[in-house]
Structure formats: C-alpha cells, structure tokens
Design a binder for this molecule. Sequence first.
Ligand code: KG4
Ligand code: ZN
Length: 338
Amino acid sequence: MTIILGIESSCDETGIGIVRLESDGSLTLLADEVASSVEQHARFGGVVPEVASRAHLEALVPSVTRAFATAELELSDVDAIAVTCGPGLAGALLVGVSAAKAYSAALGVPLYGANHLPGHVAADTLEHGPLPAPCLALLVSGGHTQLLRVDDLATKITEVGSTIDDAAGEAYDKVARILGLPYPGGPPIDKAARRGNPDAIRFPRGLTGPRDAPYDFSFSGLKTAVARWVETHDDLPVDDVAASFQEAVADVLTAKAVRAATELGIGTMVVSGGVAANSRLSALARERCAEAGIELRVPKPRLCTDNGAMIAALGAHLVAAGVSPSALDLSASPGLPV
Ligand code: KG4
Ligand code: ZN
C-alpha cells in the first residue's frame, strides 16, 4: 500500500489530492481539496496568469493541511508525490512544481512530474476502476479538446485528433460573453440551454464535411456564427441560442468520438475535462455510445474539472507501472504534449 500526494496548479484551481494505491492495484481516494481563484478572474472574462499564480501561492499550503486533516494522515505517511508539470500557465505550474520539489526533498520521497492531459483520464479510474486497454478518451476542457487512444495511462497514449483552433470550453466561455452570461461560461449556458429549444437555430458543425479531417475539431466558426446571429437579430432569445449552440458542440464532439472508436475498433470511451460536466454532452454521448455498442465512462463533475486527485491517481499509475521518478531539476513545461 502506497500513499500518493497529488498537486495540481496548471490553471486557476489549486488541487491537492491524496490517493492510496492498494496492493491489488486499485485506488482509494482519501482527500480531494480544490481552491479555485475563478471569482478573481470573472471580471476579466478569462484567467489572468499573474492573479492565478498569486492565488496558488496563497492556497497551496493551507490546502495541503486541509487534505491531510481529511485523510487523517500525516505528511510523513506520504510515499510519493506527483505534480502537474504541464501543459498549463508557466507561473501557475511553477508554484506547484516548486512546492512538490520542496515536499519531496523534505520528506525524502520520489517525485513524479505528471502530464495534466492523461491526468484528466486518470480521474475516471478513481470512480470506475481500471481502464480496459485500449480505450478512447475524449478530453474536453477550457484549454484542450482532444481524442486520445489510451493503451496504458502511464506509458502509451496516442493523439488521434484535436481542435485546430478553440477548445470546446473556450468556445463556451466566448459564447457566454456574447450572450451576456458570466465567466466561466459552461455552467450558465448549460442552465440556460435546459430552458431553450436546441433546434431553434441550426448553427454550423465545424469540420464535418466529407473532405475534412475525420477526428479533428474546429469551434471558432461556430463562435463566429453565434456572434453574427446575435448581431443581426434585435431580440435575443438567450435560452434558444444557448441550447442551439450547445447542441452543435455536443453533436460534433460525440459524432466524431463515436466514429473514431468505431473505426479504430475501441470498445470503451472516457469523456473527461471540465466540459464533460455538460448535461447535453453526457446525455448525447450516452445515447450514441449505446447505439454503437461502446461502453461509456464519464466521471462525476467534481472529478471532470481540474483537481489534485486526478494527479495523485496518475501518480499512482506511474508508480504501479514502475516508471522512473523525475529528478529534482523537474521544470514546468507549459506546452507539454500528451
Ligand atoms: O478542465 P477544466 O476545469 O480546466 C481546464 O483544464 O481548462 O475546464 C474548464 C472549462 C471551462 O471552459 C468551463 O466553461 C467548462 O470547462 N465547463 C463547462 C461546464 N462546466 C465547466 N462547459 C460546458 N458545460 C458545463 N456544465
Ligand atoms: Zn484541465
């Protein structure tokens, strides 16, 4: 049995997770503390890197203290530390990486640099157990929109497709701004869409033409189409625009993901990242995966958005796979690929 401390600070959430890796390879989540600086960014309509870094500095140590109190453990019980080393905001990542190095050196335990992207997929293993190999991950967040073939969470992940412009969450945030809804835009659009008609306006589905890349995504044209529609109509039926926009996003994401799984012969799909918390996306994914005979796994919303538990979980997979720890010169890698 191994206790892993996970530290996440790639964007605006300071996440501290504690996971126990059992001798049979299963994971038990012991603590999951998230301190968000989202309210400090709201008036700017997006994350301000310097504000995020300062907030991580202030929140990190108190979050660690709270996590150990919840888990009823001492720092000296930790056997390994995993920290997000990329991708993300450079200054924000450095706060987590520096803290993780300090804890690792002080406690004399190994340090693992963890990639945020497979971290989102690892979150699912905390709720639904080990992933079958291979599986297809649809990773949809504020910074990323990717289809990943996961043969082994610790050692073998291949990108199948990605967005060529905006991430899905970024499209939500930009459309919310156009509609006068608060930041971050996903939750208020999700809420407004429940009252609206998804068929009211037929917004474009990017990159779905016969000659387009089959597994890549594009959301900037959709965002522009919403802006143009709003500019050219006097009355703004916010609920209908939100529902129609949301339908276009969920339609493209699920159609492409199911197509990829079917064509690549993959029987299990994991949808994760902040946008996986979207009610229409999960409902449509459920419907289309059932039709195609694909097993669908979607972690609960708290595990979909950024958190430290997912990094502790990925750390546990790295430990279990016998991956070599990182050296103490581990650095933040803002553009780290998957
Ligand atoms: O994974 P995450 O917490 O952070 C990143 O790594 O980016 O994702 C944040 C994104 C934001 O763009 C937010 O608007 C979106 O996830 N989001 C949602 C919902 N909840 C959060 N998008 C659609 N529907 C939601 N219910
Ligand atoms: Zn994320």
